[in-house]
Design a protein around this ligand. Structure first.
Ligand SMILES: Nc1ncnc2c1ncn2[C@@H]1O[C@H](COP(=O)(O)OP(=O)(O)OP(=O)(O)O)[C@@H](O)[C@H]1O
Ligand SMILES: [Mg+2]
Length: 367
């Protein structure tokens, strides 16, 4: 089962450049969380800090009871085995084919035989729609395929914590949905704690249980996704809409004069192409595991957790949560009655309907 990851007062600088400070939050065990934030706010630095590749100068990172900023190298090595990480650039070894790339953590961290390794590697390649591509070098495949190979490699050790840095970048919208579905299904199957860093607003709105945003060297918020999605915080609203209008500028924060000029342009009718305020208001229903998957234990725990804190949340978030629970017959862990629309299994052995053929859909290795 996934483990809780708790971060307290975490601060990271490179030389005199402070990246973020006093970041405190908890990734609840076995839940899916996502982290948003403008480019350069230190999301990737944050993920690298969680696995001990970068060292924040202050604070605690407590994983499965161990503070990885205080522990010995041997303890850190053990904690790292809990993780499966998909780095932003895929981070594949350029001189190894996909098979060897995906097999690498198994050869490095386990004593499994080559035939056991083969079974696991082929299973993960199939899961990520890469069957047939195992002999290719990273330089010979598309960016989206490299992403999926990175994900296959992140999954081979059956991790309890999965970190994925922009899994959707370089993927088309359909593959992005398949990949998000894969993460939700994995969460249902192995109850891993998952943190997704993404710029994909649709994914951020519909996939995670919890949502946070880094901005101005701080974690502006982190909590049940409904809190951020109903927030009136200008930076959050602007980010969700992808609008020019708001405090976030092209490089650093914009100054007042630029903000005023842009507001005047908008009032005079300039359209920046972003969706209207109302289009991205509210909380869409959450992606469910593929029918036939186990019930997400993380979702059950989240309901209990959120119902205990419900009164402390902003009113808009409370209303959104109550509405969603009412619509699904959930609430207070009462998921037994919930059968989401479309979750009914086909009456007869429709193998095409049940065995969602990722391979076919991904059209894995044909180029
Ligand atoms: N090893 C490093 N040494 C020095 N500075 C670094 C290092 N790694 C990252 N930085 C700096 O830290 C800041 C945050 O980088 P990071 O890659 O975490 O941003 P990000 O939020 O992931 O952005 P994006 O959304 O574009 O991926 C940047 O200013 C970057 O230049
Ligand atoms: Mg990044």
């Amino acid at each position: 089962m996934g483990v809780e990851v708790s971060v307290e007062g975490l601060t990271k600088s490179f030389g005199s450049q402070k990246i973020w400070e006093d970041v405190t939050f908890t990734l609840p065990e076995g839940e899916v969380s996502a982290l948003l934030g403008p480019s350069g706010t230190g999301k990737s630095v944050f993920l690298k800090s969680l696995i001990g590749l970068l060292r924040p100068e202050r604070g605690k990172i407590i994983i499965d009871g161990t503070d990885i900023l205080q522990c010995t190298a041997k303890e850190l090595y053990e904690v790292r085995k809990l993780f499966g990480v998909l780095f932003q650039d895929g981070a594949l070894f350029g001189s190894m084919d996909l098979y060897d790339n995906v097999a690498f953590p198994l050869r490095e961290h386990t004593r499994k035989s080559e035939s056991e390794i083969r079974n696991i590697v082929m299973e993960k390649l199939e899961l990520t729609g890469l069957t047939g591509a195992e002999g290719k070098l990273p330089g010979e495949i598309s960016g989206g395929m490299r992403k999926r190979a990175g994900l296959a490699r992140a999954l081979v050790l059956d991790p309890e914590i999965i970190l994925v840095d922009e899994p959707d970048s370089g993927l088309d919208p359909v593959r992005t949905t398949y990949l998000a579905q894969l993460l939700i299904d994995i969460n249902a199957q192995i109850d891993a704690t998952i943190l997704i860093v993404t710029h994909n607003i649709n994914l951020a709105r519909t996939v995670p249980d919890n949502l946070g945003m880094l901005y101005r060297k701080n974690l502006v918020m982190f909590g049940p996704r409904e809190v951020l999605l109903t927030s009136e915080e200008p930076s959050v609203r602007q980010f969700l809409r992808g609008s020019k209008l708001g405090p976030i500028g092209m490089s650093e924060e914009k100054d007042d004069a630029q903000m005023r000029a842009e507001m005047e342009q908008a009032e005079a009718g300039h359209n920046d192409g972003s969706p209207g305020e109302d289009e991205l208001r509210g909380v869409p229903s959450q992606m469910q595991p593929t029918p036939g998957s186990p019930v997400r234990q993380g979702e059950l725990r989240r309901e209990k957790r959120v119902s205990e804190m419900l009164d402390t949340l902003p009113e808009g978030a409370q209303n959104a949560i109550r509405e969603e629970w009412a619509a699904r017959g959930h609430g207070n862990g009462n998921t037994a009655t919930a059968v989401p629309a479309g979750a009914v299994a086909p009456a007869s052995g429709g193998d095409s309907a049940s065995g969602i053929g990722l391979d076919d859909h991904y059209g894995s290795a044909e180029n």
